[in-house]
Design a protein around this ligand. Structure first.
Ligand SMILES: Cc1cc2nc3c(=O)[nH]c(=O)nc-3n(C[C@H](O)[C@H](O)[C@H](O)COP(=O)(O)OP(=O)(O)OC[C@H]3O[C@@H](n4cnc5c(N)ncnc54)[C@H](O)[C@@H]3O)c2cc1C
Length: 388
């Protein structure tokens, strides 16, 4: 989506980031511990996000969106994640669904759905993962059987972010379970809740709480053939993979936010806490931790910037997005652990935010393709780009 949008000016980007900063400090920061600990959906905060236009950030200006590039959008995602990473999840799949429709949808699908997604009348979600298939999406079992000018869907989906409070879902299915290769028999649908579309419940999670990850099932759910993304069968996996570059850059941007929040808390605490007659920031072993944390934040941020810049220029960036995602998410995990150590026993307490970073950080190593998978993809690209 960002490749076709006009670039917003630096001044506009600064205005949005400044307004976001004020809102996060004033309206959000003091509520995060409550929503996280209770695993409660922050309805009022999400309503304010809609009012602020955050649901329209990357949507094209012609549909009423703000036309943000990936480079500008990732800065918003990082800022949200510095305060509460879960809020980035509320808008990330919403943005990715819009991108799918803009890139691959029919003209009718674009003009019907994009304005309604832009003004947040619809809230987007992606349903790829299943109980028995995540990394290996060609192993999904959800089946869509043609029935005249409709399809009938049966199957289950797992871990759907925005699964309960979303309203438009990109659902990856098999329309031909016997196709060889399997991806030729995979098709993406744009589904809205109706009879046979079941939200089976919210999954209990270690972190990334407040925002729901749901299990869904389809039980003879009937959907019109004009809801096949792009209007033709057999392109579903291609569509799913087409969204992953942006998805990975977004996850990396979230990781930068968590890594930076952990570092900021550690730097502050290290100046407040004294042992052996001096602040712990004057002990060399703590200084080494702080220095490594800061270096990881900056390196991660630069990798995100590089990947987003290539994405905005329409250049191939799967390797760069994979590197940003891999490095930034592992950095977030390391920074969260180190921040906890800097806090000593208090790092283990629910009274401090570092325990939340420690629970939130691992998600970024898993979502949008695990880091094991990223390493495989990076290595494959390396070899491909440097043939002997
Ligand atoms: C909080 C949360 C939110 C999520 N939100 C969404 C969402 O909105 N929509 C959605 O569709 N999905 C979502 N997911 C699912 C997520 O994308 C998957 O969990 C992820 O892709 C991994 O799939 P899996 O869990 O099936 O693990 P598996 O694929 O079973 O992998 C298990 C382990 O094997 C490794 N592995 C697998 N294959 C290989 C290989 N070829 N080589 C080396 N190692 C390999 C993996 O790296 C991992 O370590 C979410 C997950 C979580 C936890």
């Amino acid at each position: 989506m960002s490749q076709t949008n006009e670039q917003i000016s630096v001044q506009e980007e600064t205005q949005v980031l400044d307004a976001l900063d004020v809102w996060l400090k004033k309206e959000v920061a003091n509520q995060v511990r409550h929503f996280d600990h209770e695993d409660e959906y922050p309805h009022e905060i999400v309503a304010q996000m809609k009012d602020m236009g955050l649901f329209s950030l990357m949507y094209p200006v012609k549909y009423g969106g703000l036309g943000f590039s990936a480079s500008s959008y990732t800065k918003v995602i990082t800022k949200l994640s510095e305060t509460w990473m879960s809020l980035a999840g509320v808008i990330n799949t919403h943005m990715m669904l819009g991108q799918l429709i803009e890139r691959f949808g029919t003209t009718e699908q674009q003009s019907y759905f994009l304005p309604r997604l832009t003004n947040a009348e619809l809230h987007g979600a992606l349903c790829l993962t299943e109980p028995d298939a995540g990394t290996d999406l060609q192993g999904i079992k959800t089946h869509a059987k043609r029935d005249g000018d409709r399809y009938v869907l049966n199957g289950s989906k797992m871990w759907v972010t925005n699964g309960m409070y979303g309203s438009l879902y990109a659902v990856l299915t098999k329309t031909d379970p016997n196709a060889q290769p399997a991806h030729r028999g995979m098709t993406m649908f744009l589904a809205e809740k109706d009879v046979g579309f079941n939200v089976d419940g919210k999954l209990k999670k270690l972190g990334y709480r407040g925002v729901e990850s749901a299990a869904l099932s389809f039980d003879d759910y009937s959907i019109s053939s004009d809801r096949v993304l792009g209007g033709v069968e057999g392109k579903g996996l291609q569509h799913a993979m087409g969204g992953l570059e942006l998805g990975r850059i977004n996850v990396a941007a979230r990781a930068v936010g968590v890594a930076r929040a952990a570092m900021d808390d550690a730097v502050k605490y290290a100046q407040e806490r004294e042992t052996f007659g001096k602040p712990i920031c004057e002990h060399q072993s703590i200084q080494i931790k702080l220095a490594d944390m800061a270096t990881r934040v900056e390196a991660s941020r630069l990798l995100v910037e590089q990947a987003a810049d290539k994405y905005d220029k329409g250049e191939r960036c799967d390797m760069e997005a994979g590197m940003a995602k891999l490095f930034a998410s592992e950095s977030a995990l390391e920074n969260a652990t180190e921040a906890m150590r800097v806090h000593g026993g208090y790092g283990y307490s629910k009274e401090f935010d570092v325990e939340r970073y420690y629970r939130d950080a691992p998600l970024m190593c898993i979502g949008e393709g695990t880091n094991e998978l990223q390493r495989l993809l990076i290595a494959k690209q390396l070899v491909k780009r440097s043939p002997i």
